[in-house]
Design a protein around this ligand. Structure first.
Ligand code: FAD
Length: 425
């Protein structure tokens, strides 16, 4: 195996930041660092872009982030705006909850349904415009660091190895992160449930203007309409395994039972059965190295937060790292990345645990209890609005604030509490 020290052609050069992983979080980090004039090298061990869609919902706070990056129009053009959540159980409609952003002003009062592959494509095109090319097939295998920089060992597709020295490194290399392991950062938490996903054509008369939660009386499923007419993301929280039961037949049977009407699911374009965990690192920063996205936390997809949180994290880190790399700020500013984002990650683990419980609703009395509970919710307007705002407040990311950050200084003359998000400036 050949070994070399230095930089390859193209995006390498006198790169000042190495971003490991070109998923949505690494692409966001690379974009924001390059947009601020840093030289970025972006490597990914996979042979090319991911083909599975995984995250489907981009929530308002992330849309605001994409807006600040100058990318929101391109993202909006590829997605479907969703403003409602409709619940069915054992053939009856329980309630339709409409998005109510009255207390959370935003220019994007909806969640955008868009396949993760599409979001990544927009980000890839944007980093390319800034002169950053993803180096596919280049895998980080180990790293060392001291006060002056990081020495990363990279493996190329032909098996050759490269020692690459760089002042800063950002690990966005997903749930099995090599960067996290090399830094000795433990993932603390628990493992959780096994769910199944499918992206499939569905023949149904349900209007595609809402997300559906569907309970059969013993099991829960979800349906999320894509922009492409007739195509849906389907989620089964209790996939089980019956011999000869293919995913299309299983989804058709369960959805028909829960919705009380015939639903025909066609051959899925993509399916995945996965066991998720609820874990995160206690620190997101070690010397000259950082972790962001799934490299720092993994959790249930119940409220669609993984990619959203990771994108916001990369955005938070990039402006600070850009200032530090240019000598305009010191370690105190870099430390605020973890000080601000670790509490967000911890709160996220708690909220996704609750969301998982609610989404799969395994209670043996579900078939009886759900219609009773939702009769109250439907008829009591204030209760319904309180639930809508509570759910939206957490999911949208709009209530997230940095009131406890060392960067925040309370100013009694300001109307807005210090550290809050400003809807417009
Ligand atoms: C089935 C499923 C459904 C999901 N649904 C949702 C949802 O609805 N909403 C939501 O917000 N989130 C969802 N998520 C989570 C979301 O997909 C992740 O949070 C998101 O992909 C994280 O992005 P990332 O860039 O941190 O990591 P990834 O997308 O995992 O990207 C990491 C990249 O790093 C590369 N890499 C790994 N190791 C190395 C190495 N050693 N060297 C170089 N490159 C490396 C990989 O090839 C990969 O391209 C879902 C996840 C799964 C699995």
């Amino acid at each position: 195996m050949a070994s070399s020290t230095g930089t390859p052609s193209g995006a390498g050069g006198s790169a000042r930041v190495l971003v490991v992983g070109a998923g949505p979080v690494g692409l966001t980090a690379a974009h924001e660092l390059a947009r601020r004039g840093l030289r970025v090298r972006l490597v990914d061990g996979a042979p090319g872009p991911a083909r599975e869609s995984r995250a489907v919902a981009v929530h308002p706070r992330t849309l605001e982030t994409f807006d600040q990056m100058g990318l929101v129009d391109a993202v909006l053009a590829r997605g479907r705006k969703n403003r409602a959540f409709t619940m069915y159980a054992r053939g009856s409609r329980l309630v339709r909850l409409d998005a109510d952003y009255a207390t959370m002003p935003t220019r994007f009062p909806y969640s955008l349904i868009i396949a993760q592959t599409e979001t990544e494509a927009v980000l890839r095109e944007a980093v390319a415009r800034l002169g950053v090319t993803v180096e596919w097939g280049v895998r980080l295998t180990s790293l060392e660091q001291d006060g002056d920089g990081v020495r990363a060992r990279l493996e190329h597709p032909d098996g050759s190895a490269e020692e690459y020295e760089v002042p800063w490194l950002v690990g966005c290399d997903g749930g099995h992160s090599t960067v996290r392991k090399q830094l000795g950062l433990p993932l603390l938490g628990e493992s959780s449930e096994t769910w199944a996903l499918a992206d499939a054509p569905v023949s149904t008369d349900l209007p595609p203007d809402t997300i559906y939660w569907v309970h059969t009386g013993s099991q829960a499923l979800m349906m999320v309409p894509y922009r492409r007419e007739g195509y849906w993301r389907l989620l089964d929280t209790a996939p089980g395994a019956r011999p000869g039961d293919d995913p299309a037949r299983r989804f058709s049977r369960k959805l028909s039972a829960g919705l009380g009407r015939t639903v025909r699911v066609g051959e899925p374009e993509w399916t995945s059965v996965f066991t998720f965990q609820q874990r995160m690192v206690p620190r997101m920063h070690d010397g000259r190295c950082f972790v962001a996205g799934d490299a720092a936390h993994v959790h249930s997809p119940a409220s669609g937060q993984g990619m959203n949180t990771g994108v916001q994290e990369a955005y938070n880190l990039a402006w600070k790292l850009a200032m530090a790399a240019r000598g305009q700020a010191g370690p105190e500013l870099l430390a605020t990345y973890g000080q601000e984002r670790v509490p967000v990650g911890e709160a996220l683990i708690g909220s996704t645990r609750k969301a998982t419980f609610l989404v799969q609703f395994k209670n043996a009395l579900a078939g009886v209890a759900l219609p009773v509970v939702f009769t109250f919710v439907r008829t009591l307007g204030p209760l319904r609005r309180a639930i809508q705002r509570k759910v939206l407040g957490g999911m949208s990311g709009l209530r997230l604030s940095y009131g406890q950050s060392p960067l925040t200084t309370a100013d009694p003359l300001m109307g807005l509490p210090a550290g809050s998000r400003a809807a417009a400036a």
